[in-house]
Design a binder for this molecule. Sequence first.
Ligand code: F6R
Length: 285
Amino acid sequence: MEVIIQRDEHSAAWLVARVIARELRANPRLVLGLATGKTMEVVYRHLVHLHHEQGLDFSRCHTFNLDEYVALGPDDPNSYRYYMNHHLFRHVNVDRNKTHLPDGLARDLDAQCRQYEALIEKAGGIDLQLLGIGRTGHIGFNEPLSAFKSRTRVKALAPATLEQNGGHFGGPEKMPRRAITMGVETILDSRRIILLAAGKNKADVVAKAIEGPLTSMISASSLQMHPRCSVVLDEAAAGKLTQKEYYRWIFANEPAWKEFQDNSREEAPSDDGSLPRYKVKTLKR
Ligand code: F6R
C-alpha cells in the first residue's frame, strides 16, 4: 500500500483524476471500477474537464460501479445509476451500454449478484477500482464483519451508514435498508486500487484502515493485502496517521509517481462546487 497526502481535497481529487486519465490513455479499453458519494463528485468534475479540455476518450472503456441501493431504480435521484449519469456519464463520451451497476430493482437479487460477478469476469476483470471509505470503514457497502472472502451480494446497511447518507433521503429512516455491493474479495481481485478520502471526519477510520490490524470490522483494512493499492488523502483525512513523514518520503522518491509530484492546485480546473457548464454531447454509436 502507498499513502499519498495532498494539501487539500481538491488537489487529492485532481491527482486521482490524473491517474485515471493516464491509465485510460494507456489502455482505452480499460475496465474501470467506480464509486459514488460526496468524495467522488470532485473526481468526476475533473474527469469531465479532462474530457472536454484534453479530449480524454471514454468511448471504449467499460465501467462497473461498486454498489446500488435495493429497490431504487435509475430514475430515482438517490439511486447510484442516477448519480453516475448526473455526475459523469452524461458529460463524457462513454457508451452507456458499457456502463454497469447492479440492478436494485431485480426480482431475484441473488441471481442479480451472480450475474454482476459474471459480467465483471466476462469483461476480463477490473483494471482500476476507485474507492471511497465510509465512517464504518466500509468499501463499497461492505459493512463491519463483511468477510474478506465475500463476493457481490445483498448487504444490510449499518446504522452509521444510514446516518452518513440519510441526508439525501430526507432522514435516515427514509433510506433503503439494504444494498447490492461488490464483496471485499471482488474488490481485491481488481488489478489496481485507488482509495480517496478527504476531510477530518474520515481521519480516525483512515488511520485504522492503514495502520491498524487487518480486521473485518474495518473492511478497508483488507486493502493492506492488495499488491497495488494507493490511498490518496488530504491533510485532514491523514490527520491521525503516525507515519506521515515516511509516506511522504516514499511518494517523493518513487519514480512511478514522478509525474504526479508537481500536482498543484494551479493546474487543476477551478472548482466552485458546480458542474462544469459544458454542452452534453449525444453519443455516436
Ligand atoms: C459508494 C461507496 C461508499 C462510499 C463511502 C464514502 O459507491 O461505495 O463506500 O465511497 O461511503 O462516501 P462519501 O464520499 O459520501 O463520504
